[in-house]
Design a protein around this ligand. Structure first.
Ligand code: SF4
Length: 414
């Protein structure tokens, strides 16, 4: 029921805790009748495990310059549905993965399909957020993926139960920020520890929590507090997390540089040489641009025509958001902060043709004509907290901050 919205520092500049947000602030920013102040939660050390692109981690990375001398973090947007399928289409334990289609060879991404228990199938599609074409529509790519002849049969006669979306980190070994700062450390997806070819990060998230807990327990036992536990930063690359990520460090940059067909093959070769000989022909490749910088002006690209949803196998965004159980009190300040509205119009709309209206998997953003003016409308109550807008806006003009309380999507079975 609480979101940490603020980092607390002592006079020396070390982190000493977090504060939860105030509740009951009305849309106009004024305290309403149910107004309650947030609480300060203090500790000798603070571990930040907020998931991908956390709002506190983002502030800490900037304040302590933790990304210095590292490659930019890279991301993908993963969109997922849970289906109940007909028993004859269910094969418990079956796992399927694919690359490419319907994305084409120049945009990175792929799918997963897991047959779970009780005739349940989880299906999802990840689009790498370094895509260039602002007309690309990740949600529609996912819907189209389900229509592939090798896939659609699984869902025929089935029922969609849930929907969700979340960004994932993809930068890997060379993008992990410095993990420690005075008074705490980043762990899990705040640190960006996903192994991209394994599509897996929970193992490293657990290991990073264990490493931090052990080193911090030892620091507290020796009477320390609020200092920098540099042991965490100094040790993770030599440990299991570092070994796991180092072997696969070139897969994402090769995929980005050479496209799906050649890049994935080269990535496979690179993983072989790294695993067998501890050696890479490529050294450690760079990612270069951020995902926001990768987007190109609309004039360089053609709009993409996506088929209309059939309401059986493919759906629209709003009926999908309904299945995410997303809930926000409407009478509160909008939690998606556009820093400069004139820039949004001048650039996001005029130059990039409004990519937020497509990359958002919840249909939060719209450009609507009002009084003869194109106006940016933010349907914040639909937000499923995936963080894609915070990552992909070409001008980094959208800042995601936590809404009040523990609001957002509820994923009981995802
Ligand atoms: S508004 Fe941003 S964080 Fe919310 S669902 Fe859309 S892209 Fe994701």
């Amino acid at each position: 029921g609480f979101a940490a919205t603020e980092v607390l520092y002592n006079e020396a500049g070390a982190v000493i805790g977090v504060a939860t947000g105030d509740m009951g602030i009305e849309r106009n920013g004024e305290p309403g009748p149910n107004y309650t102040r947030g609480m300060e939660l203090l500790g000798k050390y603070v571990l930040i495990g907020e998931g991908v692109r956390g709002s506190l981690a983002k502030q800490l990375i900037a304040k302590f310059d933790l990304q210095k001398d590292r490659e930019p973090q890279k991301f993908g947007i993963g969109i997922k549905e849970l289906w109940q399928v007909k028993p004859e289409n269910h094969r418990p334990g079956l796992v399927q993965h694919s690359f490419g289609w319907p994305l084409g060879m120049k945009t990175g991404g792929g799918s997963f399909l897991y047959h779970l228990e009780d005739n349940l199938v989880a299906v999802g599609f990840v689009v790498h957020l370094n895509y260039k074409n602002p007309y690309l529509y990740p949600f529609e790519e996912f819907q189209r993926f389900k229509t592939h002849p090798a896939i659609r049969g699984t869902f025929e006669g089935g029922k969609r139960l849930s929907y969700g979306a979340r960004a994932i980190t993809e930068g890997g070994y060379q993008s992990v920020p410095k993990l420690t700062f005075p008074g705490g450390a980043l762990i899990g997806c705040s640190a960006g520890l996903v192994n991209v070819p394994r599509i897996k990060g929970s193992h490293n998230a657990v290991l990073s929590g264990m490493l931090a807990a052990e080193r911090i327990a030892a620091a507290i036992a020796s009477g320390r507090s609020h200092d920098e536990v540099v042991e965490i930063e100094n040790e993770w690359r030599q440990g299991d997390i570092g070994k796991d990520l180092k072997r696969v460090r070139n897969v994402k940059p090769l995929w980005s540089k050479f496209g799906t067909a050649v890049g994935v093959a080269l990535g496979g070769l690179d993983m072989w040489t790294n695993t067998l000989f501890g050696f890479s022909f490529f050294g450690t490749l760079k990612h270069g641009k951020t995902d926001a910088q990768s987007l190109e002006p609309a004039a360089n690209h053609k709009p993409i025509a996506y088929p209309k949803p059939d309401g059986v196998l493919t759906f629209d965004r709003l009926s999908s958001v309904f299945l995410s159980n997303t809930n926000h009190e409407e009478d509160q300040p909008v939690h998606l902060k556009v820093k400069d509205m004139a820039l949004q119009k001048r650039s996001e709309h005029d130059i990039y043709a409004g990519p937020s209206t497509r990359y958002c998997p919840a249909g939060v953003y719209e450009w609507v004509e009002k009084d003869g003016e194109e106006t940016f409308v933010i349907n914040a109550q639909n937000c499923v907290h995936c963080k894609t807008c915070d990552i992909k806006d070409p001008n980094q003009n959208i800042n995601w901050v936590p809404p009040q309380g523990g609001e957002g999507p509820v994923y009981p079975n995802m």
